[in-house]
Ligand binder design. Structure first.
Ligand SMILES: *[C@@H]1O[C@H](CO)[C@@H](O)[C@H](O)[C@H]1NC(C)=O
Ligand SMILES: *[C@@H]1O[C@H](CO)[C@@H](O)[C@H](O)[C@H]1NC(C)=O
Ligand SMILES: *[C@@H]1O[C@H](CO)[C@@H](O)[C@H](O)[C@H]1NC(C)=O
Ligand SMILES: *[C@@H]1O[C@H](CO)[C@@H](O)[C@H](O)[C@H]1NC(C)=O
Ligand SMILES: *[C@@H]1O[C@H](CO)[C@@H](O)[C@H](O)[C@H]1NC(C)=O
Length: 403
């Protein structure tokens, strides 16, 4: 309740109010999740995706450290869904998964540990369900006055996501998405997308806390805001002792970063927030996903800036900031090692699902192989060809059977 009041008070933007309003359940710590198919219009097409409460990305869960939440999940979809809650940074004890069978409901309590703080996330376990069934899990140490803005980075496929992955099994075709998204929106430079571009309306001099989660299936993503530095204060639910300032942050898959930006620039423009897979392409409007930081009051819609103000992500931009950047990477390496234990948990659950159904077995195996492949891909920072996947035994039985 405290958060609800605070959010309502602090929000200066109608858009923000809209974005948050649906995410709080009235006055209790019970969260109702309904998994169901919902129709969305993106990239000039309409299609149904699996969602929680009809939202893409799904609702944000807010909790206080030490609080017990009651999570109530109803599955109105056609498939079983295993929900995965990354509720704390203690990798093993704080990751909970539940099978919610099609047509059934599960209600369970989760207790957040006392020393948790920052942004985590929840998602469906299965890779194509996870593409759209995910959301932020934000733990506050105590009630505070920050204006939280969840920024969920995701992907959009024009095709049915499940089909994409089935096709991948059948033909080895690409699973590449048609657009990356910021809070479900590809942004101004994609067709039929301008109306929906996510906007943050800010007041000059105020600070805003971005709760960024990379929920994209495949890629690490870079995020920055034109002319505004980001001060990173936490990663993966762990506060950073010495916050660092950087023009952009790098988020590997499944990771989260909390950072603050101050609305301290000339208010007579709007500024783009850019998400990109490649720093060198952050100026290429054919390739970037955008949201808008709009200064309250002074911006006149009839006079849009001629050119977007993109974050200066060019590697030559500022050598001093690349030190910070290196530090971010190093921290990630350390966090990466820490989270390696996570991956050990995955095969087990995949195995459980295998037992559930013969036909799903193949799919799950490939799914797991894909996870592995993507992990390897990230480690090596290279694309893997199907031949390489074969050679590594990543897609052995299925592909062999089909071809
Ligand atoms: C869902 O899971 C249950 C229990 O594991 C299994 O019996 C059932 O066949 C599954 N249903 C579907 C649609 O996969
Ligand atoms: C969850 O917690 C509430 C109160 O804290 C309790 O009444 C309820 O029985 C608990 N539910 C489960 C499934 O443990
Ligand atoms: C965008 O919004 C305008 C005004 O509300 C509307 O006329 C137009 O059809 C919308 N475009 C799309 C692609 O939804
Ligand atoms: C961002 O930080 C760099 C150095 O870290 C500094 O030179 C620059 O002025 C800062 N930019 C803004 C807009 O604060
Ligand atoms: C990033 O973009 C640059 C410029 O377009 C390109 O030369 C480079 O190969 C790209 N890197 C990756 C990893 O795609």
């Amino acid at each position: 309740m405290a958060f609800q009041n605070q959010t309502m008070k602090a929000n200066t933007s109608f858009v923000l109010i809209l974005f948050f309003a649906v995410q709080y359940t009235a006055s209790t710590n019970v969260f109702h999740f309904v998994i169901e198919e919902t129709s969305f219009d993106r990239l000039c097409q309409s299609k149904k995706i699996l969602t929680v409460n009809g939202q893409f990305p799904g609702p944000t869960i807010y909790a206080l450290a030490g609080e017990t939440l009651s999570l109530d999940v109803e599955n109105r979809g056609k498939d079983n869904v295993t929900m995965f809650w990354r509720v704390g940074r203690h990798v093993k004890s704080d990751q909970v998964e539940w099978l919610v069978e099609a047509g059934a409901a599960v209600r369970k309590n989760i207790t957040i540990s006392e020393d948790d703080e920052g942004t985590l996330w929840w998602h469906a376990m299965n890779i194509w369900q996870r593409a759209t069934v995910h959301g932020a899990f934000i733990v506050h140490p105590e009630p505070d006055d920050h204006v939280d803005i969840p920024i969920i980075l995701g992907e959009w496929w024009k095709k049915d996501v499940k089909e994409v992955f089935v096709d991948y099994i059948d033909s080895g075709s690409d699973v590449k998405s048609n657009a990356y998204t910021i809070n479900g929106q590809p942004g101004d430079f994609y067709p039929c997308s301008k109306n929906g571009t996510f906007r943050i309306v800010v007041d000059t001099g105020k600070k805003y806390l971005l709760r960024i989660v990379n929920a994209a299936i495949h890629k690490k993503l870079y995020l920055g805001i034109a002319s505004h530095n980001l001060t990173v204060i936490a990663m993966d639910g762990s506060p950073i002792i010495e916050p660092l300032s950087t023009p952009f942050v790098e988020l590997t898959r499944q990771h989260s970063i909390d950072c603050i930006f101050e609305a301290n620039q000339q208010p007579n423009y709007y500024y783009y927030m850019v998400a990109s897979t490649n720093i060198s392409e952050a100026y290429d409007t054919n390739k970037i996903t955008t949201a808008i930081i709009e200064y309250q009051g002074s911006y006149k819609p009839s006079l849009p800036p001629l050119l977007p103000l993109l974050p200066n992500l060019s590697p030559n931009y500022d050598k001093s900031s690349s030190r910070d950047y290196l530090y971010v990477i190093l921290t990630f390496v350390i966090l990466g090692l820490f989270f390696c234990t996570t991956f050990i948990m995955w095969p087990q659950s995949v195995l459980q699902e295998k037992e559930a159904k013969q036909s799903k077995e193949v799919v799950n195996g490939v799914e797991h192989a894909m996870e592995e492949a993507v992990n390897l891909q990230e480690q090596n920072n290279t694309e893997l060809s199907n031949d390489e996947l074969y050679r590594m035994g990543m897609i052995p039985t299925t592909k062999a059977n089909k071809s």
